[in-house]
Design a protein. Sequence first.
Length: 419
Amino acid sequence: MDIISHLSDDLLLRILSFVPTKDVVATSLLSKRWECLWTSVSKLGYDDSYHHTGDYKNFSQFVYRSLLSNKAPVLDKLHLKLGPDCPFIDVELWINIALSRRVRELEIDLFSKEESFNLPNSLYTSETLEILTLISCVLVNVPSSVCLPSLKTLKLDRVDYTDNDTLPRLLSGCPNLEVLFVERHVGDETTDSIVVAPSLQRLTMLDTHSGTCGRFVVDVPSLKHLEITDSVAYVDLRRMENMPVLEKACVWITSSGVTQEFLKALTSVHRLSLSLSPSEVMMHPSGMTFNQLVHLDLYTLTEGWWDLLTCMLQDSPKLRFLRLSNNKLTSESKETPIGWRPPSSVPECLLSSLEAFVWIGYNGRQGDREIAIYLLKNTACLKTATFSPDSTDLGDKYQMLKVLASVATMSASSQLLFD
């Protein structure tokens, strides 16, 4: 305690900002100096999700007391994680108190047995809010007028929307938004996924519930990082506008609806992780060039992935790293056809740029051997080729290694590895 007593108030407040609010308030009992120090902590968090029925009254009184007693010049963060006993009127009042304190970061994680909580309109006109996270039983009911000039990060995790225009209307009022996370849930009754945000730099869209939806439109010209995980079949095929500064993308689509224009929007990417359904693999048009692509992860989960591999090798002249992955948690890789046809001519990336090749889940079957042997024979600059077989049997691994080593034409400085 003697060491702590010599610390400045500013440093103590910084330390307390990482401590749960209930423990921060408890420090008022330590000494006279600590009696009021807790009221200046600028980050507050309240968790009622674990409380049993009957405890809510004390919890509510604690929240009101500590919120109204707080004297920090600006409230940096308010985190509300609330269980089913919390009345919506309390949630609305706490949010409005935070907004009146010019809150910068607001996170609402709400579990309700009944309807979703309707956010107060005052939230949509905050001048200071920089980070907004909404989780679970929250209804995003956006008014006609939205103005969130400071909002940089928006996370919408399994929330409800009033209609298909709700998300576009919300985004239209966020002129400086840089990060957007959207995860849809099974009970979401809206059919469209539309993201139009000129300033957006990072976008994550997760939609894994089954069903058929309407439109999928992404127009984000400043985007640098993209992640899409999608198992929904869209009636109106997915559409993405050109993303000229895209650096990294992870696209995992297991349903139909990918257009050539969708894939063309990815051609400026530097690092790409890609998994498409069998029908979508054939949508890759010839002549589409990924001029900036240097790192490719291709998932070998669906029939036809080998054709997509051929296309990507032909259309990625600067590729330096290639990884093939079979994620067993999702699906078993299917046998490649005996009649796999290699490219008509050796792709430029194999002749001049590919330095590392990794195959996770390699099983040594005929079709896989054909692809592995082709890559080992035709890659002029290869430094390492790493195979991680499905089998853990040392004898199987030795036979696979023996076959590949007998045909590899790698330089003396190159390595053929088996994990």
